[in-house]
Design a protein. Structure first.
Length: 214
């Protein structure tokens, strides 16, 4: 697929651990000033950092703002976001040193948070229905791979949430194995599940070290 990833280094200190919606809102505000829309195919990653287990993360040298988009849109995002200051619930970050990169295939990909709408959330039945929905989602994208729910540091299932207007959207950390090169690129470009503008369904190589803790 003809997608590119736009990356920015960051100048700032802290962010809320759950900042997906705030990040989207800040980007949207910049786009509105430029008379630009965030198209549905855009994927935005949450920003990694060192969690303090009190709802905040500290930014470090590996912290990046990352956005995936069709290749023909890459220069637009590169230009309008360069040197912009984002206000994420009172925490200011500046986007600096932009760069473009080609998305590389990996047979195993992981996502910190995938959200898929279930009729109701029950801790006992949700994992089964969630995995079945993930498998169906991969099939709709014509991607062959085996999804797994990840475990958290305490050994429990990696159940996580995204807060939007005070409502918590539940999901899990997900790994997909057995991907071909073509399907790996497709999954990274298209994502899985909903809320792709808010950092959900963003897949990266399993070997990447992501330290963002919600």
């Amino acid at each position: 697929m003809n997608f590119l990833e736009v990356q920015f280094s960051l100048r700032g200190k802290t962010l809320p651990a759950d900042h997906g919606y705030s990040l989207y809102s800040a980007i949207k505000q910049i786009c509105q000033a430029q008379d630009l829309e965030i198209s549905p195919e855009i994927l935005i990653s949450s920003i990694p950092g060192i969690g303090n287990k009190q709802g905040m993360i500290y930014l470090n040298r590996r912290s990046r703002f990352r956005l995936r988009c069709p290749a023909e849109q890459a220069q637009i995002w590169y230009r309008i976001l360069q040197n912009q200051v984002l206000d994420l619930r009172g925490n200011l970050i500046r986007l600096i040193q932009p760069r473009l990169t080609i998305i590389q295939p990996q047979s195993v990909l992981t996502s910190r948070l995938v959200v898929i709408k279930l009729e109701e959330w029950d801790d006992h039945t949700a994992p089964q229905y969630f995995l079945e929905s993930c498998q169906k989602g991969l099939e709709r994208l014509e991607i062959q791979g085996q999804p797994f729910i990840e475990s958290s540091a305490d050994g429990n299932l990696a159940r996580r949430s995204l807060c939007i207007h005070g409502k918590h959207i539940m999901g899990f950390g997900v790994t997909v194995e057995g991907l071909s090169n073509e399907d790996s690129i497709k999954l990274q470009c298209l994502g899985l599940g909903g809320r792709g503008h808010f950092g959900c369904g963003w897949f990266y190589p399993k070997k990447e070290e992501v330290e963002n803790v919600a």
